[in-house]
Design a protein around this ligand. Structure first.
Ligand code: PMP
Length: 336
């Protein structure tokens, strides 16, 4: 193992982990790319690094400058940590509804938080649109200027996956990979990996949580309902999704994704967030579509401690009529 020169140099090159239960249930090899092992514990460190590097290379971000972003959390954590390492300040606009743990982590990482009520994109006070306006203002008033990271429409995000995640998957599997599937937030991961793997004959799938708009855009079928998963569920073709066409699309209800999250933790020691449940459930659906004997890769997006007050909280799960794993309900051990 070589020595990383700094935190940005330690982003990426994550292991692929065989997911035993999903593989046994489908007769396929289902492999998870362990993105929770990035320094900020999520897949978004890659996009954060590429967005910052791109702004520096274009001369838009000077030392001491400020990075502004509207984010559900993980991109902000990546931007704040990479920013701290490279000498930039970070201001994050986040919907109030996001988990307290993510907000606490953002503050720990040194980001200044602006919490706004959750509002759809068409509302000017939607967190993404608010962050764009805030960046414009700070660009005028901050002594070293400010940029808007704009992860949804800044294609430096997708490039991170074209140049790193996609080639890593190809090399790690020795080209023995038949399918790749994940959910989309900005779409940078799925479209970037697809750009590398689809020309090599790998089928790429999109797993959408219930209520997300992309499913309808790609299939023409409605996708009613909603989801407690965070960071995924896109309603439009972002710049990062332009030109991407999934070979396979499925909608995954929370009642299917959450038991996968609980089993990954209790049976395989993998403590993951909700979007990983959608991804692994999606990989299992794709495995059944392709048939036994295939190798399918998905993304283990972020670490589960970020969602302790929701995903792993009995009262919260019951309030949403979601499945509660038996071990969460277990009384603490005591000496008889
Ligand atoms: N899972 C989680 C937990 C995320 O925070 C995100 C990004 N918002 C994603 C998945 C989706 O990644 P992408 O933006 O590359 O589509």
């Amino acid at each position: 193992m070589r020595i990383a020169s700094d935190l940005p140099d330690a982003v990426g090159n994550t292991p692929l982990i065989r997911l035993r239960k999903a593989s046994e249930a489908t007769g396929c090899e289902i492999l998870g790319k362990a993105e929770f092992m990035n320094p900020g514990q999520s897949v978004k460190d890659r996009a954060a690094l590429y967005i910052i590097r791109d702004a520096v290379e274009k001369g838009l971000l000077e030392p001491g400058g400020t990075i502004v972003e509207g984010t559900a959390g993980n991109t902000g954590i990546g931007l704040a940590l990479v920013g701290a390492s490279l000498g930039f300040r970070t201001v994050i606009v986040i919907p109030e509804t996001q988990s307290q743990e993510k907000k606490d982590m953002l503050r720990l990482a040194g980001a200044q938080l602006v919490e706004v009520p959750a509002a759809p994109y068409k509302n000017p006070n939607n967190y993404v649109r608010y962050s764009g306006r805030l960046a414009e203002q700070l660009a005028k008033t901050e002594p070293h200027g400010a940029i808007w990271a704009n992860q949804f429409d800044n294609v430096a995000n997708r490039r991170a996956h074209v140049e790193t995640t996609g080639p890593e998957i190809w090399e790690q599997t020795g080209g023995k990979v038949d399918g790749f599937i994940c959910a989309a937030g900005s779409g940078g991961t799925v479209a970037g990996v697809a750009e590398v793997l689809q020309p090599k004959g790998v089928k790429v799938g999109l797993a959408d949580p219930e209520g997300a708009g992309l499913f309808k855009i790609y299939t023409g079928e409605d996708n009613p309902g909603d989801s407690i998963t965070e960071g995924i569920g896109q309603g439009r073709i972002t710049a990062n999704l332009e030109g991407f066409r999934p070979d396979f699309t499925c909608r995954i209800p929370d009642a299917e994704a959450l038991p996968v999250v609980f089993d990954l933790l209790s049976e395989e020691g993998l403590c993951m967030g909700g979007s990983t449940g959608v991804n692994v459930a999606g990989a299992m659906r794709m495995a059944r579509e392709l048939g036994p004997g295939h190798t399918i890769v998905t993304i283990l997006c972020d670490y589960g401690n970020r969602y302790q007050s929701k995903l792993f909280n009995i009262d919260f799960l019951r309030s949403k009529s979601l499945p509660v794993p038996s071990w969460l309900d277990r009384a603490p051990a005591s000496i008889p």
